[in-house]
Design a protein around this ligand. Sequence first.
Ligand code: HEC
Ligand code: HEC
Ligand code: HEC
Ligand code: HEC
Ligand code: HEC
Length: 234
Amino acid sequence: MVSENENPETKSASLPMMLILVLTAGGLGVMAVSGVIAAFVITGWLGQPVPVLGFQQTFDQPIDFPHTIHASTKQLKHVAADGQTMEGLGLDCTFCHRTVTTQANAGIPPVGFCATCHEVIGSADNNEINILRDAAGIIGDDGKEPIDWRRVHRLPDHVRFVHEPHIRYLTQNLSEVKGTTDGVTTGPSAVCSTCHGNVAAMEQVEQVEALKMGQCVDCHRDNGAPTDCAACHH
Ligand code: HEC
Ligand code: HEC
Ligand code: HEC
Ligand code: HEC
Ligand code: HEC
């Protein structure tokens, strides 16, 4: 019987080295277990996007969508594509991310939703707004087409995350909230900063929290939430 605990060498050994040691040891059970763990770790790595190496990354989106104008409650000075200076509208996060309080996904609104305002709001020569008018079939003649937003936050496929319990818990336990969204103190918009930073102040969304397993597990342990592997892993 050779287990990882009895053989100190295997602990510091690299993954291939460990597999060789396990294979030569010939313990079928140990091999199967190590295989499962190795597969888990490897798929974990492959499933992880590039930001692993530097998560503070942003993407150019199909439309240069500024959270500042839409979500900020502050009188920000944003210079629009047409040269005008604008101020934040202070829309609630849930106005657009409609399912964040009820479902796993927060949800990104369809372009038809944007068009309810932008059919008329924004000048006719604002290029960015015209991309959405075109996609909503208001201008141009190629009909309606969805906007292919690029995901900024994405956990590996083997991880399960659900927004609903987090928004519910944090709105009831404001002392657990980290950071603020423009100083908002009530409602769901007050808690997003815990994991996303102050999105309302971002011209382009970036991931500011690493959202690594340790951070999830620490908070779960401190707040009586489940810490068994199956709670977060498929
Ligand atoms: C409640 C109304 C409303 C909704 C809904 C809305 N917007 Fe806006 N948006 C505005 C206003 C107001 C401005 C400022 C326009 C101005 O002053 O010319 C703006 C500005 C913009 C701009 C111009 C930024 C610039 O720098 O010129 C873009 C792009 C934009 N919105 C995209 C979107 C997208 C994409 C959606 C849907 C996800 C959306 N908007 C939904 C009200 C809205
Ligand atoms: C007018 C609609 C609108 C409002 C209001 C709005 N958002 Fe968004 N949000 C979007 C759109 C469209 C995207 C996708 C484009 C992008 O990433 O910028 C997005 C993207 C995001 C993302 C990144 C999603 C990803 O790909 O990982 C986060 C996080 C986010 N919003 C949080 C917030 C928070 C927090 C608030 C409130 C302070 C808020 N949003 C208010 C429309 C909105
Ligand atoms: C406990 C941490 C946490 C909190 C609080 C949180 N989020 Fe998220 N959010 C995440 C994680 C993790 C992901 C990536 C999920 C994935 O890849 O499966 C994410 C993804 C998103 C996305 C993109 C994917 C989707 O679900 O549509 C949006 C938009 C978003 N969050 C908005 C919000 C808003 C708005 C709030 C506040 C009302 C909020 N989040 C609060 C952790 C959090
Ligand atoms: C700010 C603290 C906090 C952070 C950070 C956090 N969680 Fe949670 N999570 C909770 C709490 C509290 C609950 C239980 C809420 C309730 O139902 O009362 C929960 C519940 C869950 C659930 C539902 C569990 C079930 O079966 O009921 C999942 C899945 C989950 N979290 C995954 C994650 C993942 C993955 C991350 C990291 C990306 C994460 N959480 C980060 C506090 C947190
Ligand atoms: C509260 C949620 C949560 C719980 C509980 C949890 N994990 Fe994770 N785990 C994550 C998240 C989020 C990731 C992806 C981010 C990362 O790699 O840290 C992850 C990644 C992993 C990875 C891949 C690491 C890598 O480098 O890619 C392994 C292996 C793993 N978890 C094993 C476990 C085991 C074993 C348990 C039970 C003892 C467990 N996890 C419990 C959230 C959780």
